[in-house]
Design a protein around this ligand. Structure first.
Ligand code: PRP
Ligand code: URA
Length: 208
């Protein structure tokens, strides 16, 4: 699991426990997704490249830095949407490129329904955002799309991962680091993560 980075931040563990709770309502669920995303964003961006940049303070010139890479946030609809605000708090200039996928309930295979990427890539780093890495089908399909688009540096940032989904990503995209708040036990017979948190899209949008 060398490319899997599981946060050990106490605030992440505390907030994740509240997120899992079946009694957490959609409003609090959305807020927790946003807050956990801020913390994961801090960790997942620790190796972004910098270039030197001088700045004038009121007193003198200071040597400083500027982000060298153009960052693209790629939320997988719907559930990934809730992670965008947290990332934007740290990187308000990041572009957001939505990818619409849903899992076919019977086959659990991802079905693409929204993709408006332009022909040429407009970013050099993409962070795929999706709270749940279950079978891994949605994450693998999104990484395939981004590689075909021409992006060389990609990371996946999720909240809960199942071993099955991690394995599938590592088989198909061993170059993509996987940042998570937790790795759970397994999938149930319907492809849901155990113990998990239920359906992340339904719980955010109140559609369950
Ligand atoms: C959920 C979740 C992921 C996907 C993960 O989306 O948000 O995108 O399942 O499952 P996988 O790893 O097995 O592909 P869902 O299809 O329920 O759509 P939604 O976000 O619109 O509810
Ligand atoms: N998608 C979810 O929202 N939850 C799961 O447990 C698995 C896939």
């Amino acid at each position: 699991m060398s490319n899997v980075i599981v946060s050990d931040h106490p605030l992440v563990a505390h907030k994740l426990t509240r997120l899992r709770d079946k009694d957490t309502d959609p409003r609090n669920f959305r807020e927790l997704v946003r807050e956990i995303s801020v913390l994961l964003a801090y960790e997942a961006t620790a190796d972004l490249a910098l270039e030197p940049r001088e700045v004038e303070t009121p007193l003198a010139t200071a040597k400083g830095f500027h982000l060298k890479e153009a960052v693209g946030l790629v939320p997988i609809l719907r559930a990934g949407l809730g992670m965008v605000e947290g990332f934007w708090e740290l990187m308000p200039g990041a572009q957001v490129w939505h990818i619409g996928l849903y899992r076919d309930e019977r086959t659990l295979q991802p079905v693409e329904y929204y993709n408006k990427l332009p022909v040429e890539p407009t970013v050099s780093v993409c962070l795929i955002l999706d709270p749940m890495l279950a079978t891994g089908g949605s994450a693998v399909a999104t990484a395939d799309i981004l590689k075909r688009w021409g992006v060389k540096k990609i990371k996946f940032v999720g909240i809960i991962g199942a071993p099955e989904g991690i394995r599938l990503m590592q088989e198909h995209h061993p170059d993509i680091p996987i940042h998570l708040a937790a790795v759970d036990e397994r999938l149930n017979e319907h492809g849901y993560i155990l113990p998990g948190l239920g359906d992340a899209g339904d719980r955010q949008f109140g559609t369950g």
